[in-house]
Design a protein around this ligand. Sequence first.
Ligand SMILES: *[C@@H]1O[C@H](CO)[C@@H](O)[C@H](O)[C@H]1NC(C)=O
Length: 225
Amino acid sequence: SSCSVGPSDYDKVKIFITNILAFLDVGPEATHVGLLQYGSVVQNEFSLNTYSSKVVVKAMDHLATGTMTGLAIQYTMETAFTEPEGARPADMHIPRIAMIITDGRPQDTVEEVAAQARQAGIQIFAIGVGRVDMNTLRVIGSEPHSEHVYLVANFSQIETLTSVFQSNMYYCDLGNHGCQHDCVSSPESYVCRCTRGYDLNRDGKTCSSKFITPLVSLLYFYITV
Ligand SMILES: *[C@@H]1O[C@H](CO)[C@@H](O)[C@H](O)[C@H]1NC(C)=O
């Protein structure tokens, strides 16, 4: 939301965000999503626990100020990804993903805070638009950079990244969707799979041992007889 972003560019970013959000399965047991914009200050638009179903990006005012990227990353790490704001406890190992869109040179230092955020377990995608220094994006984004760092020429080009994210952010990368064993992404959705020796139950999520269930029925049969 820096002042170098024009009004029509700002709208293009909003459309890009809306398109990415439309693809996500948002829910209490599925993906949680938050949005913040930053210029010289960080402004929270909605938190990870604001929406429990379809997200609506309401009227958002362009701050049109500076480019405090480091501050935004710090806020993401220290505030946005906390349990009061809707992050799940770390021991649930739900992936924490931050997508940062920037068009300019940060006015603060980003290297250290970005490294801290990645170390804290946040996977960072860095998207640069226009004259952003590729090195800045690299110090922000997670490894491998080929999957996490993107640079496009202008805001009209940002929409070309929608499909990149739709095919790269596989459903199961965003959480295991309540699968007891394995979550397997498909192009449109996901399916739960069970490890060897187990069958998927009718709920499509939990697994039962192939061995125990027949044994229980057999015992039951024996007792009844
Ligand atoms: C955006 O960048 C593309 C690719 O470099 C170029 O073809 C297009 O004319 C640019 N659009 C604007 C509005 O500058």
